[in-house]
Design a binder for this molecule. Structure first.
Ligand code: FAD
Length: 581
């Protein structure tokens, strides 16, 4: 083993000093203790495609590497760093535009055997491998009666893949995105170092990697916050014909503090067929719905979707709790659809739709998806110009269109935060009000700096609240408003002769939507962004761009990581010639 490493070291030095040309596969095979190297054609082809089926096949890697441990990932990156080739982590390949590709380099296939991670139930976290699927994390944590707090709608995505974006669903208004529910990461940087990072340890890397589009390192472990798992879910859908009533109700629901729903989403129905489509199967067959029966005269309908979790302790009061929340809403009275199911079945709901589509050969088709964060102040303009304008009734059942709001700054009520320069202290005043004293930064870092048993109950509650906030220090970008909407056009292109369902038509509509936002000055941010020029990326990141570039220089100076995102060209910045082994 030592002799192999020395040989590898010598070869790497030769490569970097005289430019010796060694194939990545050879280089990988030389140095490796664990993991599996594949140059099989079908592996390479599979690694060049993704869920979007939009990327072209010429972007194939030369090698697909299956690591067993973080150390294997680190060796692959060190080999790439020395050998001058690119390397991308691939989670479950559920990107749309080839983001996990590594043209001419190495794809590190992160998906694992599905253990789900190591649960520390008392401490309230799970340590999960970066390539773990969220469904496996859920199954594992449920064995301990626990579950992560923030989700995506679909669970066959990897921990590293969603944390590299944000990870959002109907719980985000309450718990923040998944990136706000992580205590610690292990990251293999672009230099091949394995670094543990958190609020208190290597915080620049921690914040950079969260929402970092894979640019700063490969996440090999994430410590994910857990809560006691609910047992059942009451799942309700109601319809609206008036957009402003619909959004007012959504915004009201996400503003509630104590008694609230656990999940708030919604979707747009621009076509009669859509109401019974794959994400809406909930309506049928027991509740077939006809738009015409709701008196909208063929116009656009909006569906609010909410859930309330419950267990044995509150099973008796669930009806009352739901009723109390629903009575303040202004939906179409005859349009209430309610069902009740196990928590795990609710979270795994999209997989059932996937199985149905797979059985009809409708899953592995091109997906020209477009996900936008739209500021609250312009969502009505977006409705007029896009849902009622560009899409109108030209969107023939090609996929769901989600719309739901999230809020960045959740008030820290019922606590009053008192900021002082240097003192951390919490106390209850004579009239029962809790004052927490300390700078916000002190409060944010307190968990990592104080021994757990010295943190008061009040402080723990506040830390939990702060964990659930969107954190400006992460790499993800959102509109410059406290409340913003996710609008997700999740459409499938079909080759069935219908022009309005063709890839060209849907792609053109996406361009028109983006152009409309530019023309109208609607300051949207793409979620799961896709751009092709540096100027566009700079525009996307806005005020965060300089920091994003500085982080890149620090953590991936040769620009070898996640080149499929198309943000930085490999090797833009010449580095001192030294081997990294
Ligand atoms: P991949 O596509 O494999 O990789 C995505 C990017 O992350 C690539 O650049 C890759 O290099 C990088 N990457 C992968 N693993 C790592 C790692 N361990 N460390 C560092 N970088 C890494 N998103 C939501 O937020 N909410 C949703 O509800 C939601 N629903 C979805 C439903 C479906 C059916 C699909 C297809 C996607 C959905 N997404 C959703 C989007 C999804 O979160 C992203 O596409 C995510 O990147 C997919 O994860 P993946 O594991 O497949 O990543």
């Amino acid at each position: 083993m030592v002799a192999r490493l020395l040989l590898t070291f010598a070869i790497c030095r030769l490569i970097v000093t005289v430019g010796l040309n060694v194939e990545p596969a050879e280089l990988l095979r030389l140095g490796f203790g664990g993991g599996h190297v594949s140059t099989e054609r079908h592996d390479l082809e599979a690694a060049s495609l993704d869920f979007g089926l939009m990327a072209r096949a010429e972007a194939s890697p030369l090698v697909v590497f299956h690591p067993s441990l973080a150390e294997d990932v680190a060796r692959a990156v060190r080999a790439a760093y020395s050998g001058g080739f690119v390397v991308s982590a691939r989670g479950h390949g559920h990107s749309i535009n080839g983001q996990a590709r590594a043209a001419g380099g190495v794809v590190v296939k992160m998906t694992s055997g599905g253990g789900g991670g190591r649960v520390a139930a008392e401490e309230g976290y799970v340590d999960a491998w970066g390539g773990e699927l969220w469904i496996d994390v859920l199954r594992r944590t449920l064995e301990y009666g626990m579950a992560p707090r923030s989700w995506t709608d679909y669970l066959y995505l990897t921990v590293g893949g969603t944390l590299s974006n944000a990870g959002i669903s109907g719980q985000a208004f309450h718990h923040g995105p998944q990136i706000s529910n992580v205590h610690e990461l292990d990251v293999v940087t672009g230099k091949g170092e394995i670094l543990t990072c958190s609020e208190g340890q290597n915080p620049e890397l921690f914040h950079a990697a969260l929402g970092g589009l894979g640019q700063f390192g490969i996440i090999t472990r994430a410590r994910i916050a857990l809560e006691p798992a609910p047992q059942r879910v009451r799942w309700i859908r109601v319809l609206y014909s008036d957009f402003s009533t619909f959004t007012a109700d959504q915004e009201y629901l996400i503003s509630l503090h104590d008694r609230k729903f656990d999940y708030v989403e919604g979707f747009v129905i621009v076509d009669e067929g859509l109401i019974n489509n794959w994400r809406s199967s909930f309506f049928s067959p027991r509740n077939p719905v006809k738009i015409s029966s709701l008196g909208t005269n063929g116009g656009v309908l909006y569906c609010l979707e909410v859930t309330k979790n419950y267990g044995e302790s509150n099973a008796d009061s669930i009806d009352e709790e739901v009723e109390a929340l629903m009575k303040n809403l202004n939906f179409i009275p005859s349009s209430v659809f309610s069902t009740d199911l196990l928590y795990v079945d609710f979270l795994d709901r999209v997989h059932k739709a996937e199985l149905k589509l797979r059985s009809k050969n409708l899953w592995e088709v091109p997906h020209p998806w477009l996900n936008l964060f739209v500021p609250k102040s312009r969502i009505a303009d977006f409705d007029r110009g896009v849902f009622k304008g560009i899409l109108g009734n030209k969107n023939k059942t090609s996929g769901p269109i989600l719309i739901y709001p999230m809020n960045k700054d959740k008030a820290l009520l019922p606590w009053r935060l008192v900021m002082t320069d240097n003192v951390y202290n919490d106390r209850v005043t004579a009239d029962g009000e809790v004052c927490v004293c300390g700078t916000l930064d002190m409060i944010r870092t307190i968990k990592s700096q104080l021994p757990p048993d010295s943190i008061s109950h009040i402080m723990k509650e506040i830390i939990a609240l702060l964990l659930g906030q969107w954190d400006e220090r992460t790499s993800v970008v959102t509109p410059d408003e406290d409340i913003f909407y996710l609008v997700a056009l999740l459409r499938s292109a079909l080759d069935n002769g219908e022009e309005t369902q063709s890839l060209e038509y849907l792609t053109d509509q996406n361009h028109r939507i983006l152009e409309f936002c530019v023309q109208e000055g609607i300051d949207i941010k793409q979620y799961l962004p896709h751009y092709t020029s540096e100027a566009e990326w700079a525009g996307h990141f806005g005020a965060k761009w300089d920091k994003f570039r500085r982080n890149k220089m620090q953590f991936d100076p040769k620009h070898i990581l996640a080149t499929g995102q198309g943000i930085f060209k490999p090797g833009l910045i010449p580095q001192p010639r030294a081997a990294a082994w």
